[in-house]
Design a protein around this ligand. Structure first.
Ligand code: GUN
Length: 308
């Protein structure tokens, strides 16, 4: 079997076009501020892409550049100013930050209502508790991809490889909210290959090039590769051995052009949600804004009599 490609570039572009249409009907422009500290080459590229996509879709977007040497207190003051600015709906502080700055302190300084990254403990906690809130962009983008592929999540065996706060943990929470049976694998897990082979949906988010071998993929499985790893020759590659996995999977995301473009589209989606919620037009969905996944009542939070 040759897997079908889950084309995040095309799906993300459609999502952004839909957001642009909605924004054109509003009486205001949602405001996004991205803060970049220093000149990390990957961050320069990512932040530029975010700003360009936001402007294209009609957002009021600005990038705030601070020097690598900025004091933590100064960065915190910038965040507080953005919290207080009524024109700002979404705040994103690009990671990684320089070593002298505590990223947790900075993320916790962002107003949870403007936390379009979904990294504030209030939003992480709301997601873990099954409550509405702003959801991290990358796992939210994965949920859109699964919905586009028509993947039935209720009761499906899903395996999440990696337990980062940014991807693995929120990914597992979203899949659980959609009634999948979720297994999380991490650096201390045993029998990783065997666990992966049981997955109907396999999400790899470990940041190790080609770690997931082709024969870890069950025939017909949906393989979502969140990894973006740079090879010595400069090429980008995912966490999955793409060629071998593609021969077994039913669906697979390419790298680049899979999850990456969805992350940016979901940042814009979160910014619109934050803008509407701040103005009292609350559109936050109970499972974090991925309305399509929650099409039927039995897929919602109504737990059955047995396991919760
Ligand atoms: N660095 C790499 N990806 C991300 C992201 O999604 N958000 C932030 N804030 N920083 C990142």
């Amino acid at each position: 079997m040759m897997a079908r490609l889950l084309d995040g570039k095309a799906i993300g572009a459609r999502l952004r076009a839909g957001l642009a249409e909605r924004i054109a009907t509003l009486s205001f422009r949602p405001g996004l501020r991205v803060v970049r500290v220093g000149d990390d080459p990957a961050s320069v590229v990512y932040v530029r892409s975010k700003d360009r996509a936001a402007k294209e879709a009609g957002y009021d977007s600005e990038t705030i550049l601070l020097p690598e040497t900025v004091a933590e207190s100064e960065l915190l003051a910038v965040v507080r100013r953005l919290n207080a600015d009524p024109a700002v709906d979404g705040i994103l502080v690009q990671l990684p930050l320089p070593k002298h700055i505590d990223p947790q302190k900075v993320l916790e300084a962002v107003d949870p209502a403007k936390d379009v990254d979904g990294f504030h403990p209030v939003n992480a906690g709301r997601l873990a508790a099954g409550l509405p809130g702003l959801v991290p962009c990358t796992p939210k983008g994965v949920m859109h991809l699964l919905a586009e592929a028509g993947v039935k999540l209720s009761g499906a065996r899903a395996v999440v490889l990696g337990r980062s706060a940014i991807v693995g943990r929120p990914m597992a929470a979203l899949l659980l909210a959609a009634d999948a049976t979720v297994t999380m694998l991490h650096s201390r897990s045993r029998d990783i290959a065997e666990e992966c082979r049981r997955a109907e949906i396999l999400v790899a988010a470990v940041g190790r090039a080609g770690m997931v071998k082709g024969d870890w993929v069950a025939p017909g499985a949906v393989v979502v590769d969140v990894g973006i790893n740079r090879l010595p020759d400069g090429k980008l590659t995912g966490d999955v051995e793409f060629g071998a996995a593609r021969e077994r999977a039913g669906w697979i995301t390419p790298v680049p052009g899979g999850v990456g473009p969805m992350t940016i589209a979901c940042l814009l989606e979160n910014t619109l949600e934050a803008a509407l919620a701040r103005r009292g037009k609350d559109e936050l969905q109970p499972n974090g804004g991925v309305a399509e996944v929650q099409a039927t009542p039995e897929q919602s939070y109504g737990h059955g009599p047995g396991l919760a």
